[in-house]
Ligand binder design. Structure first.
Ligand code: GLU
Length: 372
């Protein structure tokens, strides 16, 4: 059978905590070591790797003597802070045998949204690769909680792949891939081997598959694959515990579920705004605004806004919806919900006269707006 794609020169490989934990819920060093060995093999065969690894919470549980995964975010964060060093050290043990090291990079959503931080993180990652070190990325759980709460680094991995122009994103999971039905409840469920158009997948139907042990689940994997393919990056979801899984995926073998890359790429920051950020509310706009956004690529001005709902602050991601309630765009709003309601229907000049010069801004600047 022909290969799915040519062997990538750079792959971002993400492994979730469920694939690195033992039955006691704590970090299983053997799993970490096995993965590090696979990464070394991949590098020797000509593919540079950036590893996005969870497992800090699991490692922290062991060190703190916790029997169960904490339920509250502050304790999870503390656990991750304790465990992160242990996690890196577990990788380091194997990498040292090949004369190399792990370079720890901890990132948050903000690092993708703020240009200077984005460029800085990218430069560091590139330099780590140049000097032959294995970058090991995790969410900076001590200050951010998105991946801890629901993602298990799926989003982060897609954004890193996009940031570095990787040709492939490998999402190693505790399930063999995406199924057409829930395999836990349906013995006839079939593995989907290839997805050409991720937008046609019914995410509500596949929600929950594979989320039995991991906090990520198939839903965030599909969303992550969606971001990857729009960055012209292939994505493969495969079983982390399958022997030589990384080797086979990189060779383009028929392993797991392959999400086929688009030909052209969308800028990483826009991908983040459009697909990765949590939406905190909705701004409703009239037909004139829809036409201006779609046909002329303008910013969203208050005059076209009819109302707003949800609970968003300035800087949050919101959905822009038309009069029929269809989502047409996503963006970062310059105002909180109360201000958007106040400004609705007013021309910008009029708003500035009524409320002050602070209100002379567009509701969403076009650089912060992504059409869906
Ligand atoms: N960043 C977290 C970790 O490394 C996410 C995994 C989790 O939620 O358990 O542990």
């Amino acid at each position: 059978m022909t290969a799915r794609f040519v062997r990538p020169s750079l792959a971002v490989v993400k492994v979730g905590s469920s694939s690195l934990r033992g039955p006691d819920g704590r970090l299983d060093r053997r799993q970490v070591h096995a993965l590090a060995e696979q990464v070394l093999t991949a590098r020797a065969a000509g593919t540079q790797v950036v590893l996005v690894s969870s497992g800090a919470v699991a490692a922290g549980m062991g060190l703190l003597g916790l029997e169960r995964r904490p339920l509250d975010l502050p304790t999870l964060q503390a656990c991750a802070a304790v465990g992160q060093g242990e996690l890196i050290q577990a990788y380091q043990q194997v990498l040292a045998t090949a004369g190399t090291s792990a370079g720890q990079i901890l990132l948050t959503q903000d690092d993708f949204v703020r240009r200077s931080r984005y460029l800085s993180a990218r430069t560091t990652l590139q330099r780590l690769l140049e000097v032959g070190v294995l970058p090991v990325v995790n969410e900076n759980d001590a200050v951010a909680t998105d991946e801890l709460a629901y993602g298990d680094n799926d989003h982060l991995a897609a954004l890193v792949a996009s940031m570095l122009d990787a040709q492939l994103l490998v999402l190693l999971s505790d399930v063999p891939g995406l199924y057409d039905r829930d395999p836990r409840h349906d013995a006839g469920a079939q593995l989907v081997t290839r997805v050409d158009d991720v937008d046609t997948l019914d995410v509500t139907r596949i929600g929950g598959v594979g989320s039995y042990v991991g906090s990520g689940g198939m839903r965030t994997k599909v969303q992550s694959a969606r971001v990857a393919v729009r960055s012209a990056t292939h994505a493969v979801v495969a079983d982390a515990r399958r022997p030589a899984v990384l080797h086979d995926v990189l060779e383009g073998a028929q392993v797991g579920t392959w999400f086929v890359a688009h030909d052209t790429r969308v800028e990483a920051r826009r991908l983040w705004i459009g697909f990765a950020l949590n939406v905190h509310g909705r701004i409703h706009v009239d037909d004139g605004a829809v036409a201006a956004l779609r046909e002329r690529g303008t910013s969203l001005l208050s005059v076209g806004v009819t109302r707003a709902d949800g609970s968003f602050a300035a800087g949050d991601a919101v959905e822009v919806v038309d009069l029929q309630g269809r989502a047409i765009a996503r963006g970062l709003t310059n105002y909180d919900v109360a201000d958007v309601v106040r400004l609705a229907g007013r021309r910008t000049l009029e708003a500035a006269e009524a409320f002050g010069l602070g209100y002379a801004r567009e509701v969403i600047h076009r650089d912060d707006l992504v059409l869906l």
